[in-house]
Design a protein around this ligand. Structure first.
Ligand SMILES: Nc1ncnc2c1ncn2[C@@H]1O[C@H](COP(=O)(O)OP(=O)(O)O)[C@@H](O)[C@H]1O
Ligand SMILES: [Mg+2]
Length: 345
């Protein structure tokens, strides 16, 4: 792939202060060429501020941002050559879809005949050939979002910035659009930074996730590594569900007292009290409990079981022949000690 189509991005100790509020504090981060990086965090954690500084809509209070090794401090937003899909960065309502797509090309001085070719190609790419003459209000939310993506990509910028791009869509559409964003990334290979508070979106789309908390990076890693080896209670709870093993009956011998240990609900096995012991019993921590709640969730079944003073969440894939437990049933719960993770507070 043509390397000029990508760029490396670097935040160097970037801080942004609004009066008494530190929105982003000492953010250092390098995004590789062609990488899809997601900044994930709860509302107010500084995600949009980080993106706005990269886009040139806000200036860092301290620190610097580099693109392809050069500081962009003196480059205004319109000179940064980035495609942007912001939740609030709406399409031009009075322009047709075709004219919306043509706009970034016009801004860059692409000549009319080339513009027409590029617009038709892009309309086709996002499956909106039949909609070119409509205005945005005549399209569904998902279609409008595809136009926004198309408009961000059409001038072939080296960097794509997405701020909660699917936030306004309902669940099915969101999943469909996640697939669309992934396939556009595979095809165009743009260096992409996506900001979201949606863990599922982050896990699905990203090469790497940066978890932010209170304006700082809490942890950064591949989706799998973050989910599997969260370093803190915050990350464990933000990415998926976690059982904290902090009561005496749940603490495994192998963990120490420096932090709290955690087991993911899908790593806990739930069986009848008289079920035969598994072959790897020696490697497991086993407790008895009582089912408090059974939650049916399509392909998944969730249980909440009381064990002494605490409550454990268990998640299993529904399979034929599986025993189903009801509230009040006495059960045995076990998990591999190797699956227990130690978290900092
Ligand atoms: N223009 C602004 N003026 C004052 N405070 C702001 C401004 N923009 C953001 N903030 C504050 O900075 C913090 C981070 O905001 P933001 O980057 O929008 O978070 P996120 O996108 O993660 O929800 C919040 O406390 C927010 O209220
Ligand atoms: Mg935001």
């Amino acid at each position: 792939m043509d390397n000029s189509a990508h760029a490396q991005i670097e935040f160097r100790s970037v801080t942004k202060v609004y009066g008494p509020i530190a929105a982003v504090t000492d953010l250092s981060l390098t995004v590789r060429r062609g990488e899809f990086l997601t900044i994930l965090g709860p509302s107010g954690s500084g995600k949009t501020t980080a993106l706005m500084m990269l886009a040139g809509f806000e200036a860092p209070t301290k620190g610097d941002i580099l693109i392809s090794g050069k500081s962009v401090a003196a480059v205004p937003s319109y000179g940064r050559d980035q495609g942007i899909v912001f939740q609030s960065y709406a399409l031009f309502p009075h322009l047709t879809i075709r004219r919306n797509l043509e706009f970034p090309l016009e801004m860059r001085g692409v000549k009319a005949s080339d513009r027409a070719t590029l617009v038709e190609r892009m309309l086709n790419r996002v499956h909106l050939d039949a909609y070119g003459d409509r205005v945005p209000a005549q399209l569904s939310g998902g279609q409008q979002q595809r136009v926004a993506l198309a408009r961000a990509l059409i001038a072939d910028p080296p960097i794509l910035l997405l701020d909660e791009p699917l936030g306004a869509l309902d669940r099915n559409l969101r999943e469909q659009m996640q697939g669309e964003i992934k396939s556009l990334h595979r095809e165009f290979g743009k260096t992409t930074i996506c900001v979201t508070h949606d863990q599922e979106e982050a896990l699905t789309l990203s090469d790497r996730i940066v978890v932010m908390r209170g304006g700082r990076i809490e942890q950064s890693d591949t989706p799998e590594a973050l989910y599997d080896r969260p370093s803190s209670r915050f990350v464990a709870n933000f990415l998926g569900e976690a059982n904290l093993l902090d009561s005496p009956e749940l603490v495994c011998q192998k963990t120490n007292s420096l932090g709290v240990s955690m087991i993911r609900p899908e790593r806990v096995r739930i069986v009848a009290l008289d079920a035969p012991l598994p072959a790897d019993q020696n490697h497991r921590h086993t407790v008895n409990g009582t089912v408090e709640e059974m939650i049916y969730a399509g392909p998944l079944r969730k249980y909440r079981a009381r064990v002494g003073g605490s409550s454990l969440l268990v998640r299993e894939h529904v399979a034929s022949g599986q025993q189903i437990f009801r509230p009040g049933d006495a059960v045995r719960l076990d998990w591999l000690r190797a699956d227990v993770r130690l978290l900092s507070e």
